[in-house]
Ligand binder design. Structure first.
Ligand SMILES: Nc1ncnc2c1ncn2[C@@H]1O[C@H](COP(=O)(O)OP(=O)(O)OP(=O)(O)O)[C@@H](O)[C@H]1O
Length: 270
């Protein structure tokens, strides 16, 4: 494996964080969470419980009301270089090719040199886009556009990746493939990762720990350790132990006893 692809590891420490928006909405209420270097944490919870808000607070995109967040041991006060974010929409620049989009972080730093191009080519290969370097976004499928966004995310070289429902807008089969690619990427980069998702199978398959949030105001109601060995494969989701964890996560979201009536299909999504 190329050394350049190895991301330095990061820590996230969230201490007693409260976020109240102007207008009075209490979105996050006394949340504390420590994420270890290289750990993959999934964040699940009902719609509106404050998952995206918590992620944006970690990214320094929103000010805290109370509490403290540290990344790599320093307080988060603003957007920073050691944190990279990915959202549901890939937001590619339509006038730039796949390669040029992937190289954007280097271009913005005035470092779009040969070395950056080589690295972007390696990352595009890693996300399965070799051969599409000179294609424009309008000629790529939604899943391929998200792959470009993933390559661009990795190009930042951040130690911490914050992923806010990155594959929610693509079809189920593409989403499952992208999840497997995300697993591979995590194995290769060892970047500390936090994924917000509504999909319980996705949350469990990818993560070392699944953090369950309660309805607003968002608090942590359960933390599930996922004991499955890595590398993970899609078939693990079929195992009875995995299904038990799906039901536990479902109960964490909807209250005890809810899993008795939940079908496996219901338990897949929040
Ligand atoms: N900029 C804002 N100003 C005021 N209220 C906000 C703002 N952003 C979010 N909220 C509110 O904070 C609460 C939490 O929102 P957030 O988007 O974090 O939830 P979520 O768990 O990510 O939801 P979903 O799963 O539906 O994306 C919601 O009630 C939302 O309306």
């Amino acid at each position: 494996m190329s050394q350049e692809l190895v991301t330095r590891r990061g820590t996230i420490a969230v201490h007693d964080v409260v976020k109240r928006f102007d207008g009075g909405v209490l979105a996050v209420d006394r949340v504390s969470l420590d994420v270890r270097p290289g750990e993959f944490v999934s964040l699940i919870g009902p719609s509106g419980c404050g998952k995206s808000t918590l992620l944006r607070l970690m990214a320094g995109l929103l000010p805290l009301t109370e509490g403290r967040i540290e990344i790599n041991g320093t307080e988060v006060t603003d957007a920073r270089q050691d944190v990279a974010l990915m959202f549901q929409k890939p937001t590619l620049l339509p006038w730039r090719t796949t390669l040029q989009n992937a190289m954007l972080p280097a271009a913005l730093q005035g470092k779009a040199d040969r070395a950056a191009e080589d690295r972007a080519m390696q990352l595009l290969d890693l996300v399965g886009l070799a051969g599409f370097e000179h294609t424009y976004p309008r000629h790529l499928s939604g899943g391929m556009q998200q792959r470009v966004a993933l390559a661009r995310l990795l190009m930042v070289g951040a130690e911490v990746l914050l992923l806010d429902e990155p594959f929610a807008a693509v079809d189920q089969i593409t989403r499952e493939r992208l999840n497997l690619e995300l697993l591979k990427i995590h194995e290769r980069t060892a970047a500390t990762s936090v994924l917000v998702t509504h999909n319980l199978t996705e949350a469990l398959l990818l993560a070392d720990r699944v953090v369950v949030m309660s309805p607003r105001p968002g608090r942590i109601s359960d933390v599930i350790d996922v004991p499955f060995a890595r590398p993970r494969v899609a078939e693990m989701a079929m195992e009875p132990e995995f299904q038990e964890l799906v039901l536990r996560a479902h109960a964490g979201l909807h209250g005890p006893g809810s899993s008795d009536v939940a079908t496996k299909e219901d338990a897949r999504g929040v």
